[in-house]
Design a protein around this ligand. Sequence first.
Ligand SMILES: NC(=O)CCC(=O)C(=O)O
Length: 276
Amino acid sequence: MKVAIIQLGYADGSEEGVEARAERAAALVRRAGAGHDLVLLPELWSAGGFASREWEERSQDLSGLADGHLPPALVPVAEATREIGAVVHTGSHVERTAEPGEEGRHLWNTSVVLDPQGSVCATYRKIHRFGFGGGEPKLMEAGTDLVVTELPAPADGVQVALSTCYDLRFPELYRLQLDQGAGLFLIPSAWPMARVEHWRLLLRARAVENQCFVVAGNTAGTHAGVEMGGRSAVVDPSGVVLAEAGSGEETLSVELDLDEVERVRDGFPVLSDRRL
Ligand SMILES: NC(=O)CCC(=O)C(=O)O
């Protein structure tokens, strides 16, 4: 499976609205995603990773997805997806719902994956909210559902598990995904430079402990005064970093040998020694 990660950058003070940013993301999907089976965009690029004051205004109504009604952040990306014929994880967006969730809020951090026809084939609401009482926990609901699924061709052949950024710090989530058959963790993020070494360490840890591929796309730039860390990466099931980005806007292209998951698990069967 050939995978592209688009480490999209955006800056504070830019006048770029949701639609203009979506056009720019779509152009990158066309340019960097062509010839790939799976393309990954980062967390919350349409709303701004740490720009929580703008989340409400930049939120997207995803209620029509199943009927093919895409919100403004997704329309240009879906067109690009159809043109390149890949599966595109569009990253995550601030989803706005008419009905509040359990905590009375109407916003969620929701990932949307498109099939090569530009239709939605998977969604995931971020389970662990980042902000320690501010930011996400203050403004958003927490997702509750694990998502492990085989994506459509040409990104098929492995069970793919969805998670988002801060989720990476919670190994029990990945164990549950492993137990549902995951062989590849797909992780859009907006992870700051200040903790980028945690990011690099945890990506490899999640790969090694679960003997899974990790495909993780971060953002670049500075959002609401927070410098983003970049360092998007692809890690194989032995923990070898197959590709890693720098800190600026950049794209990665990596060919994955999916049989490596079984080879590593058969050759070093540590998972069968778990004691539950
Ligand atoms: N967007 C996020 O979830 C940020 C997570 C983060 O900064 C951290 O875990 O550190």
